[in-house]
Design a protein. Structure first.
Length: 292
């Protein structure tokens, strides 16, 4: 592998895949970029925008001459993408992903290859927007944000270092942790909040007064709370499904907390309600600097 300027192939030319390609190129970390997407329009647009140097007709063609392959597809499509890439991969190719669930990525790699390849590096950049598609990709999307790598038992150290170097060139701060710990953390900080935001907007939209009263009068608080409900439904469906058990456990706890709030309101226990508000505000302010 060309360790100074590897050739990159991106499978999945959406917001994250496109932004990673832009960031790696801007950081001088790759020598060329080939892209493939199931949507031909995204390939053409990526070429027109200069995000990739060349588009490919298939995933296998895209990865054939690549030193590093970045899988940037919905998490439940990871196995399918790896299977499509397999005929074009060499034993030296580093393969990495950007999925929000890491145990599912490692399982997908094991499913396709029989065991997790030593040169497969599971990664998750903690950055994004509610937009989707290559048209919304940004060179600085990852700058100053964390990228989490979740090494596995068969992990090749050189492959891990290669992926770490790419993300550092993109301006990210790279950390490492166990895949199960990663999934538990992000069930709490990302997956459950998206689930709640989608559910809340859907509930309001089905009220009789939604079009006439509720949405026309929604203010900044509504926009702030529900912004993430504008994210890709397919992507977040896949994430929740791939991390179902940790999300379900937290959702069950959240439902219990909401039931307690309902009981407080119905029984007029206003001091207790204010205590919760104050405790939550203090916790958010204390940890605000840690939120990325």
């Amino acid at each position: 592998m060309n360790v100074t300027a590897p050739r990159l192939a991106v499978i999945g030319l959406g917001l994250i895949g496109g932004s990673a390609a832009r960031a790696f190129r801007s950081g001088g970390a790759v020598s060329s970029i080939t892209g493939y997407d199931a949507d031909d329009h995204q390939i053409r647009l990526a070429s027109e925008l200069g995000v990739i140097d060349a588009g490919a007709a298939s995933a296998a063609e895209a990865v054939r001459d690549a030193d590093v392959v970045l899988i940037a597809v919905p998490v439940l499509a990871t196995a399918e993408a790896l299977r499509a890439c397999a005929p074009g991969l060499s034993m030296h190719t580093v393969v990495t992903d950007v999925g929000s669930t890491k145990q599912s990525a490692l399982s997908a790699a094991a499913e396709v290859f029989g065991e997790i390849p030593a040169r497969f590096v599971a990664a998750h950049p903690i950055a994004g927007t509610e937009k989707s598609g290559i048209a919304h990709s940004l060179t600085d999307l990852f700058h100053g944000h964390r990228v989490i790598l979740t090494p596995h038992a068969r992990q090749d150290a050189a492959a891990l270092a290669c992926v770490e170097k790419l993300w550092e060139a993109a301006g990210a701060r790279v950390v490492r942790m166990d895949a199960a710990r990663h999934d538990a953390i992000f069930a709490a900080t990302s997956h459950l909040p998206h689930l709640i935001a989608y559910s809340f907007v859907d509930m309001l939209a089905r009220l009789d007064s939604a079009d006439t009263d509720i949405f026309p009068n929604a203010g900044g608080g509504f926009r702030d709370f529900t912004r993430i409900a504008s994210s890709s439904p397919r992507m977040w469906h896949d994430i929740v499904r791939a991390n179902a058990q940790p999300v379900a456990a937290l959702l069950r706890r959240q439902i219990g907390e909401l039931q307690d709030l309902l009981t407080m309101i119905e029984s007029g226990r206003w001091d207790e309600l204010q205590t919760i508000f104050e405790r939550a505000r203090e916790a958010r302010e204390r940890h605000l600097a840690k939120i990325e």
